[in-house]
Design a binder for this molecule. Structure first.
Ligand code: MSP
Length: 545
């Protein structure tokens, strides 16, 4: 395993619409983890973009009366604008209509066929376009045709069987297809899971995957005869007029970006992927189909899959027809990208379904970023400017046993330096375990304590007395150092604002140094804060209307 690289992916998004706030969740999580890995010294590759060979997109283009390729070009650039608008620091973009991807998928199809893993069969089944997946009777629910409400049992003529996620009736299909022999991979997968006990995070989801595989696997169709758009199966060895099933094509995007990167160069050193981020709805494809497909095609398997949960808006599934779609770029332009990141990553666990609430998002931002962090930075800057400009510790405060009670919960026998090192060791572990919520919670609770400390000490009063100026300076230094340490932990979430905070605190070139992987050095470095001027507030409060 190459320890110096980190290859992270988001799902590639369908192009029947523009990414909404739900989609932005996967990308913001991926972005935060990628940024952490980068400052942590890894060479990061981060791929994303669009899954184009889907029937949904074709339907949408038809609805708009557009030819498919101009439609896909338009949607690809709209998707890119969303990720750029959110300042997602991807390194690789992939469209599945690109020639490099078509070449790779066709090559892989030939390899899998040669291995005997692909065979033909005339096939009769149901297909849900919303899921781009085949369905069986057991996968469907029954709803009343008139009311649309779910019923326990079907009643002839009155109810219909629909997909539980899309509430639409699946298409009935009978055609000749090619099948992938997934059933032959059951033992291989179970063995792989045993040897890689952290392959799927969280464990509960992994247990479900394992139980599913243990119940026995069925082969799945990897081609469509009736589709006119998509990657053609290479002829020979396959029949003409068959295109690859969208999932067989889409999953290989992760390999394409390594084998044939944007500049058409070989970037193979990044394969296998270190982390795939996927929603819980698509875990089956990634944790079961994908390792089997890779094994068949002769590639190494990815290290880990992080499963994320879903959120609703106003208690409802996000949908255009319900009018609750939130555009993540408009939302962050209205408030701020930091508000969006903070709310999405701090209010709920990645492994929990939840409801997005705009007012709550503003409360959270005001409390944590504007008050807790922003005000404190402001206080230190203003007070330091009154007297010294340069804040350094008059004595070696960091290494001394703390000689003033910081707050009652903490033992006075602890020195500040070990407090910080301990804090950052925890932060690192949480980043490695993708516990982003805990990093935010602990950082802001650290800052809460620091605010309490400032309120107790009242350096703004002390500063008036000449005899207390030395002590005031130590207090301000302590607060500034605290902010610096928390800033290092929070940088991957709010890179621009934290970089600005470092500048306000008179710490030159910190963002640059972080980008040059100097995180470790910075954590243990003894700083001098050369505070030079009063700046605008770091975060302005937002009024709730
Ligand atoms: N194209 C496939 C993925 C192929 S990856 C080889 C796909 N695309 S999608 O556009 O439908 O979804 C992309 C991701 O967005 C999925 O991981 C999905 O779980 C996530 N989300 C979509 N709506 C969401 C919410 N409301 N909340 C959280 N995540 C959501 O699936």
């Amino acid at each position: 395993m190459n320890e110096d690289k980190f290859f992270i992916t988001t799902p590639i998004y369908y192009t029947n619409g523009i990414p909404h706030i739900g989609h932005s969740y996967s990308s913001i999580i991926a972005d935060t983890i990628a940024r952490y890995q980068k400052i942590n010294g890894k060479k990061v590759k981060f791929s994303t973009w669009v899954d184009e060979n889907s029937q949904k997109a074709i339907q949408k283009a038809e609805e708009l009366g557009m030819e498919i390729m101009p439609y896909l070009d338009m949607m690809a650039s709209k998707h890119k604008a969303v990720w750029d608008g959110l300042n997602i620091e991807y390194t690789d973009f992939i469209r599945t209509t690109e020639q490099r991807h078509r070449d790779l998928v066709q090559k892989v199809l030939k390899i899998c066929r040669k291995r005997g893993d692909i065979y033909e069969w005339v096939y009769e089944w149901m297909y849900c376009i919303g899921c781009e997946a085949f369905k069986k009777d057991d996968d469907l629910i029954h709803i009343d045709k008139e009311t649309g409400l779910k019923v326990e049992r079907p009643v002839s003529g009155k109810t219909k069987a629909v997909c539980p996620d899309h509430l639409t009736e699946p298409q009935k299909i009978k055609e000749k297809n090619y099948f992938f022999r997934l059933s032959a991979y059951q033992d291989f997968l179970l063995d792989f899971y045993t040897k890689n006990p952290e392959f799927v995070v969280p464990q509960d989801r992994f247990n479900e995957v394992i139980a599913f595989v243990k119940r026995g696997l069925e082969d799945f169709s990897i081609s469509r005869e009736t589709n006119t758009f998509g990657i053609p199966l290479p002829h020979p060895p396959f029949d003409e007029n068959q295109v690859a099933y969208v999932w067989f094509d889409a999953l290989f995007n992760y390999v394409t970006v390594c084998k044939e990167n944007q500049e058409w160069k070989d970037d193979s050193k990044f394969w296998p992927a270190d982390l795939h981020i996927v929603g819980k709805d698509i875990i089956k494809f990634h944790a079961i189909y994908w390792p089997a497909m890779l094994k068949s095609a002769g590639y190494e398997l990815p290290h880990q899959i992080l499963t994320t949960w879903f959120f609703t808006v106003n208690g409802q599934k996000i949908s255009k027809s319900l009018g609750n779609v939130i555009d993540p770029v408009e939302f962050s332009e209205k408030y701020s990208k930091d508000l969006l990141t903070l709310y999405l990553l701090s209010s709920f666990n990645i492994w929990q379904d939840w409801d997005f609430d705009e007012k709550q998002a503003i409360f959270t931002y005001n409390a944590k970023l504007a008050n807790n962090l922003g005000n404190l930075v402001n206080r230190v800057v203003v007070l330091s400017l009154k007297l010294w400009w340069i804040l350094k510790s008059s004595k070696d405060i960091l290494n001394q046993v703390v000689n003033f009670p910081i707050w009652s919960e903490w033992s006075v026998t602890t020195n500040l330096k070990s407090v910080f090192i301990n804090f950052y060791n925890n932060v690192k572990e949480w980043y490695e375990n993708y516990n982003l919520k805990l990093i935010l919670d602990e950082s802001f609770s650290f800052l809460d304590k620091l605010n309490k400390f400032a309120d107790e000490k009242q350096p703004w009063q002390m500063i008036k007395y000449e005899s207390k100026q030395e002590e005031t300076r130590d207090i301000l230094f302590t607060i500034a150092e605290w902010l610096r340490q928390v800033g290092l932990a929070l940088y991957p979430f709010f890179p621009e604002k934290i970089a600005e905070m470092f500048v306000k605190l008179g710490l030159e070139k910190y963002a640059e140094r972080l980008e040059k992987w100097e995180l470790e050095k910075l954590i243990s470095e003894k700083p001098t804060f050369e505070i030079k001027e009063k700046w605008e507030n770091l975060f302005n409060r937002i009024e709730i209307l």
